[in-house]
Ligand binder design. Structure first.
Ligand SMILES: Nc1ncnc2c1ncn2[C@@H]1O[C@H](COP(=O)(O)OP(=O)(O)OP(=O)(O)O)[C@@H](O)[C@H]1O
Length: 225
């Protein structure tokens, strides 16, 4: 197993919305092979922080680096390319396209990452089988847990070094929540990626190697037992 590398770095990041300082002096480093949980009350800026990492928002000042590349110097097109290749994202409700089958949802992400059509579908089917999701199913009829596992497969299809998840278990019942959390928190060791999870759920956050709480615009480390 190689040495763990820094895959994500935020340095002295400041972000404002309508003259309100939301994030200020915020630092965060995530290595490959580790999981980090981000907690904080509603409106504290967790989703905003993830959007900064995705390059969908730009900080007022400070730097956001994805596997060593500073997003500030990149055009929107280059950011989109970097994101497609290196960052996987899982949203609260899966956000799948209901008209496409699960494997097509996953393959689409591979196609955007420039894979060929048949290899994309092939890889998508294999990944879904690995994650226990039925293929050739109607996406709209998947259970909440299956939907989230499909979303995880979609996030993983381009072998990203960073996986982000925003309330990934927020829409699930207790048993699906645990299965999806098991899957997510296994990723750093099975795929050697860095995992950053924003959550309100203490039981989910406790599974991470490190936990931070957003407080007055910065990150305060929580003691993890
Ligand atoms: N486009 C926008 N325009 C104005 N205000 C916004 C915009 N996007 C977010 N906000 C505000 O910024 C603050 C942070 O929002 P954000 O979604 O990052 O919080 P959060 O911690 O993820 O909350 P939650 O846990 O409820 O998802 C909130 O007060 C929100 O209302």
């Amino acid at each position: 197993m190689g040495t763990d590398r820094v895959v994500l770095e935020l340095c002295d990041v400041r972000y404002e919305i309508d003259d309100r300082v939301l994030l200020s002096g915020l630092d965060l480093t995530v290595h490959s092979g580790e999981s980090v949980a981000l907690m904080g009350p509603s409106g504290s800026g967790k989703s905003t922080l993830l959007s900064l990492v995705l390059g969908l928002l730009r900080p007022v000042s400070g730097r956001v680096l994805v596997r060593g590349t500073d997003l500030a110097g990149l055009s929107r097109r280059r950011i989109a390319e970097l994101r497609r290749r290196n960052v996987g994202m899982v949203f609260q409700f899966g956000e799948l396209i209901p008209e496409l089958r699960p494997e097509e949802n996953v393959a689409l992400a591979a196609l955007l990452g420039r894979a060929g059509r048949s290899s994309a579908l092939d890889r998508a089917e294999r990944l879904l089988a690995e994650l226990g999701v039925p293929t050739a199913a109607d996406t709209a009829r998947l259970s909440g847990g299956e939907r989230q596992r499909t979303a995880v497969a979609r996030a993983l299809i381009n072998s990203p070094e960073v996986v982000l998840a925003d309330e990934p278990t927020g829409s699930l019942d207790a048993s699906s929540r645990d299965k999806v959390a098991d899957l997510l928190f296994d990723l750093p060791s099975t795929r050697r990626c860095g995992l950053l999870v924003a959550t309100h759920d203490e039981s989910i956050a406790r599974r991470a190697d490190r936990v931070f709480r957003l407080h007055e615009g910065g990150l305060v480390p929580e003691v993890v037992n």
